[in-house]
Design a protein around this ligand. Sequence first.
Ligand code: B12
Ligand code: SF4
Ligand code: SF4
Length: 377
Amino acid sequence: MNVREFQSELIRYAHSIGIDKIGFARATPFPDLKQRLLIQQQLNYASGFEEPDIEKRTEPLLLLDGVQTIISIAIAYPSRMKGAPQSKKRERRGIFARASWGMDYHTVLREKLAQLEAFILVHIPDAKLKSMVDTGELSDRAVAERAGIGWSAKNCSIITPEFGSYVYLGEMLTTIPFEPSIPMEDECGDCRLCLDVCPTGALIEGGQLNAQRCIAFITQTKTLVPLEYRAKIGNRIYGCDTCQTVCPKNKGKHSDHQQAFTPDPDLVKPLLLPLLEHTNRTFKETYGHMSGAWRGKNPIQRNAIIALVHFKEREAIPKIISILHQDPRPVMRGTAAWALGELFSDEANLALKQQLENEQEQAVLLEIQAALTKGEK
Ligand code: B12
Ligand code: SF4
Ligand code: SF4
């Protein structure tokens, strides 16, 4: 079998194991991406979650000797859930972004790539292969764009004609000289809906994100959320889907054929107050299989307090007071102080004054003072 024939075999095999799209990119350097990454770094627009070595990100040869082709794969995930529970008074709920529905996509895509590797090695035993999903050095989107999986859209996502932007991406570097796929034309046209609806103005221009302002990023940080973003987070406890849900190219796109990503409605739209009760162990047991659990329980619990304020859930005041008085984590105490200032009641005011006497942490003291000042107004 020559390389061309094997490539067709490989594509057929990929589809047979549930890979929704597969494309092939030449493993030459990514000079445009390199410039882009440098600019993002200089402007402090990067998130800090990316691989820091820009050379490794843009020079595939540094990752695999003799690399010729990068195989890009895409796997679709659902945009709707069945039986979503209502968020109502005393039973307020947060929301995990769709990229955290069902099983962690890293596990699913890595398994598919491992199957693909095994298939290749049966036919070409001396091939050298290296696979990655999200946490690898490469930009999964830049590879997918070059491999014709979809176009690089104004909301930064790779949008596929078949599944919209609701696809996960992964890739495999190979020493095999496959025929490259043809990249897609941009289909955003004059549309700029995503730029206009982004709640924090994080999309600076088409295809350029200031990650520091992006709610998807902010929900994953471990520090106090800067004041200007707290009201904008809403009930998002992990990630943000707004620039995707608004996109006309995603209209009607809902792929539920990947069983692994079928969401458990009570987990992806969890009750907020019970979330605050989790220990590390119970959180891991309950949410550990989801990609949104990767930063542990602390950011999620901080975001849950912010979401309770979003719902003006005054029933939560006693629990938030207990956090202010007893939680060993300054970020939780600081967020609780702010929340009590927002939800305001005599009980909350008294609790803030008591903590003002006992609090040792400067950042928390500032939050308490700001909350008390707010209450006086
Ligand atoms: C860091 C990171 C984040 C950061 C920063 C996101 C960003 N836009 O840069 C934060 C935490 C904010 C984030 C959020 C999300 N992420 Co994220 N993230 C990553 C990660 C690890 C690296 C991305 C990166 O390097 N960004 C730097 C920018 C500069 O490069 P890039 O976007 O990779 O590549 C494009 C640009 O460079 C652009 N470009 C290059 N040159 C030039 C020149 C010009 C002039 C212009 C305009 C553009 C341009 O073209 C490239 C191809 O599109 C990737 C996984 C990976 N290893 O690649 C996942 C990844 C991008 N994330 C993903 C997802 C699903 C999300 C969320 C939707 C999750 C959610 N619901 O909350 C949001 C979407 C937010 C958004 N609007 O982008 C998917 C995207 C799938 C897809 N269909 O596109 C990825 C690929 C993970 C995966 N393996 O599936 N993410
Ligand atoms: S994920 Fe949310 S905050 Fe980030 S760019 Fe999209 S709409 Fe804006
Ligand atoms: S909302 Fe419009 S501009 Fe933004 S990604 Fe979708 S089609 Fe492109």
